[in-house]
Design a protein around this ligand. Sequence first.
Ligand code: PLP
Length: 375
Amino acid sequence: MINWSRTRSYFPVTRELAYLNHAGVAPISTRVLEAIERFTAEATRFGALRYARSYDREIERVRDRAAILLSAQREEIAFVKNTTEGLGIVAAGLTWNRGDRVVTCNLEYPSNVYPWWQLKSQGVETVMLAGVDGALPLDSLEAALRDPRVRLVSLSSVQFGTGARTDLAAVGQLCRERGVLFCVDAIQSLGCFPIDVEACGIDFLSADGHKWLLSVEGCGLFFCARRSLDLLTPRVVGWRSVTDNQDFDRYHMDLQPSAGRFEEGTPNVPGIFALGAAIDLLLEIGVELIGARVLELSDQLVRGLTERGAEVLSPREGGAASGIVSFQLPHEAPADTAKRLQAEGVFVIERRGGVRASPHFYNDASDLERLLKAL
Ligand SMILES: Cc1ncc(COP(=O)(O)O)c(C=O)c1O
């Protein structure tokens, strides 16, 4: 049994706020704070003197932990500065032919749209499938995949605006059957719901650390399946991309035989320290339990909102429910509702025409009550 009030005590933000914006930028825990302080103490006292011993060891430890989180191999993980960078590695790295198609959806955050639109000059067309009631119907994806020109499907694991959760296993299966590559923007679920990249047939995945992973901004994870590594040409290559990269005297272009080849230069070391502590906490609790808890809290919120006459915009049936609950009041613009709630210490924001609330595992009934009362 998890002691949820103990895990809540790791989040001092709860003293002031009902923080319900994990789909935006999450607060950090004392566990992450301690890891950052470990880094700053080391850098302050010893600078780079002990790099090899402490920093590199921690980077590789965090890579191992990230691999566990994704059910991946450590060689399939690279640290990136944000979600967009990982998606850009895929868009820029694949060898495209004129007439190729990328399939995505009009519910996506722009980070999963513009990297594909940027390929237009190479003759690549982006198919923007239409969301229906806040979610992408699987049959419209299936129909789009009948077109043999489709090379890649790129979707979010959870839609940022509506909260619709994608059935990654089903999409992966469709892609596999048709020999289409599958790329996932996982920032709206990684750390909140379990994911098995192998079982879902995912080729590429990217997520920054500052939402459900509960880490800081500017340091995230990129996954590239081993089978798909050689499909990507790294467009930015630097000293760290190659094997034997501590030998600065011998120039060579033997790229690392792993996703490490996409880490072209000095990594974001404090970011990786933070990410490591954040992932440790998630794995300690267990992502299965976190997912169940988040769904319980979001269900509770949906019930409370409905009782108070709010319209819930997020799809909640058929496995579509996530940690994001979007709603609106009958006689108030969502941006005004969000502003009013923020003034009461309830951190929600307006997105895609709704007030978006996104509780994580350390929130509790008192946070939801505070929101409902402030309504
Ligand atoms: C689905 C999704 N992808 C990506 C991002 C952010 O991208 P990046 O990590 O590149 O800043 C967001 C932020 O709101 C998002 O909701």
